[in-house]
Design a protein around this ligand. Structure first.
Ligand SMILES: [Zn+2]
Length: 509
């Protein structure tokens, strides 16, 4: 009987974010209230079995193969500022201890966009430690689409795949793709070899999605090559641009069979990267003033009109308590609007103390300063009625992270009149599933306006119920105006910060 080890270490680090990411934050989807920190062993398996995640795919794969399954650690935190180096040391220790009990193959569910004070490529460091403890061990890695990586990662993995969608609705399939290739290697059918390239492009988060151009053609080409069997796996990674580290950039990763490849992998990689380079100007996004976006939303006909404030997104490290966009929406007298979740545990506590039905006056949000961009927190004074108190728990039904348990901490709904209702949460959360509203008794499909803090992931759960989307470039530490970030350590030159950046693509042999 074979013994497979599955492990998860996930964080997307916005190096400019003031939101701390301690070890206790790594229980997203698993621990929840009262059980902070990563899940271990049986608790990790219980949290991810049957979920649309790479870990969910790995669990299925191990069970189908009749292998013994060990899941030493599931560490997953909402994006924010740098985790401590100790997170990587702890995860490496948990995994290596498990490997010492015997292991035929290791399946990793990593984000790839982490940065810590001591490691610019913490996933590479983790893999290097594992490789040192277990030389020759077959290791499959499933990465997010927003991965920044270095040679250290490539040198210490056997197979790598990455999500091909944004919103990430193919997490399970990404785990399956990596797992399938590793299983073929285990069976002695193939000998995987990794090829990769990193382009000096700081692609904008709002311009990366493979569902639209300029990325669509590039990703379609990678998908077709993998489907045709030209290569074992092909992935294009958009990068996570809000990271001031040397390893940021658009990446291509191709897995070939070293016994059969006659240069097809290198040619495919070159083709994918050339396409991205030629289209680099299309990966740039121009911001629009908030007032104009809100006025545009107001002018649209029948709702729901979804306003996506992408300057303060939890899913990219935002504090989700910047109130500027809501303030402007109220100034322009938008009505029949659901808003949230706004992160303000103190306001939730005040509302719980007041009780359902009570009138309250609050200075909502604005508790977080973002010194990196000179932003000072500004609460929004509001008066309203406490409509509902919830435990902030729901299970995702949207096609992204389907089946995972969400824990927003205690939540409260503030009704400020004119049909405007605000969900206030104790934990930060990017709304990609309507559950953040419906669990609190609000049906967003019946609202004229839905004001949320998201840039792309909302499409997974909200697209079926909305008529219009208006992108709003609000202020915050996920601002879409990249000139606001104080870049110091990012690789230079990089496009578009350096418009004349030359291509680093080598000539084909
Ligand atoms: Zn991502």
């Amino acid at each position: 009987m074979k013994r497979f080890v599955v492990a998860m270490v996930k964080h997307e680090t916005n190096t400019f974010s003031p939101v701390p990411t301690p070890l206790a934050a790594f229980g997203r989807y698993a621990g929840g209230a009262g059980k902070p920190g990563p899940a271990y062993g049986a608790a990790a398996i219980a949290a991810y079995r049957g979920t649309a995640t790479p870990a969910g795919a790995y669990i299925d794969l191990a069970e189908r193969a009749g292998a013994e399954l060990a899941f030493p650690i599931a560490a997953n935190a909402t994006p924010g500022g740098c985790p401590e180096d100790a997170l990587i040391e702890h995860a490496a220790q948990c995994i290596v201890e498990e490997l010492r009990k015997g292991c035929d193959a290791l399946f990793l569910d990593l984000h790839g966009g982490m940065a810590t004070p001591g490691y610019d490529d913490p996933e590479g460091e983790l893999l290097a430690r594992i490789r040192k403890a277990a030389p020759g061990l077959p290791i499959a890695v499933a990465f997010d689409f927003h991965t920044n990586l270095s040679q250290l990662t490539i040198d210490n993995a056997t197979v790598i795949t990455a999500y091909r969608t944004y919103p990430h609705v193919d997490m399970y399939q990404t785990g399956e793709r990596a797992g399938r290739t590793l299983m073929r290697a285990l069976a002695g059918e193939i000998e995987p070899r990794l090829l990769w390239h990193s382009l000096p492009i700081l692609s904008h988060l709002n311009r990366q999605t493979p569902s639209r151009q300029p990325m669509k053609d590039i990703m379609d080409r990678a998908i077709a090559a993998e489907a045709a069997g030209t290569v074992l796996n092909a992935s294009v990674l958009g990068c996570f641009p809000l990271a001031d580290i040397p390893f940021v950039g658009m990446h291509g990763i191709v897995v070939v069979d070293a016994r059969r490849d006659r240069g097809e992998g290198q040619r495919l990689l070159h083709e994918l990267m050339s396409m991205a380079w030629q289209r680099r100007a299309d990966f740039v996004f121009e911001v629009e003033p908030v007032e104009r976006s809100i006025a545009h939303a107001r002018s649209l006909g029948e709702g729901p009109v979804l306003l996506a404030d992408h300057g303060d997104v939890a899913g990219s490290g935002g504090s989700t308590d910047v109130m500027a966009v809501l303030a402007e929406a109220l100034r322009q007298k938008l009505t029949d609007m659901c808003v949230g979740p706004i992160w303000d545990p103190a306001a939730v506590a005040t509302m719980i103390a007041a009780g359902v039905g009570a009138r309250v006056e609050l200075a909502l949000g604005g508790r977080t300063d973002a010194p990196a961009i000179g932003l000072v927190g500004a609460p929004l004074p509001l008066a309203g009625t406490v409509r509902r108190i919830t435990d902030g728990r729901f299970t995702v039904t949207a096609p992204m992270s389907t089946g995972t348990s969400q824990h927003l901490g205690r939540c409260a709904v503030l009704d400020i009149g004119q049909g405007n209702e605000i969900v206030i949460s104790s934990e930060r959360h990017e709304p990609f599933d309507t559950g953040c509203f419906t669990h609190a008794g609000i049906d967003p499909a019946r609202k004229r306006f839905i004001l949320i803090k998201s840039r792309q992931h909302f499409r997974a759960g909200f697209e079926p119920i909305i008529r219009h989307v208006v992108m709003v470039s609000g202020p915050g530490i996920t601002t879409s105006d990249y000139s606001q970030y104080p870049w110091k350590r990012v690789r230079r030159p990089i496009y578009p910060l350096d418009p004349d950046t030359p291509s680093n693509l080598p000539a084909l042999p």
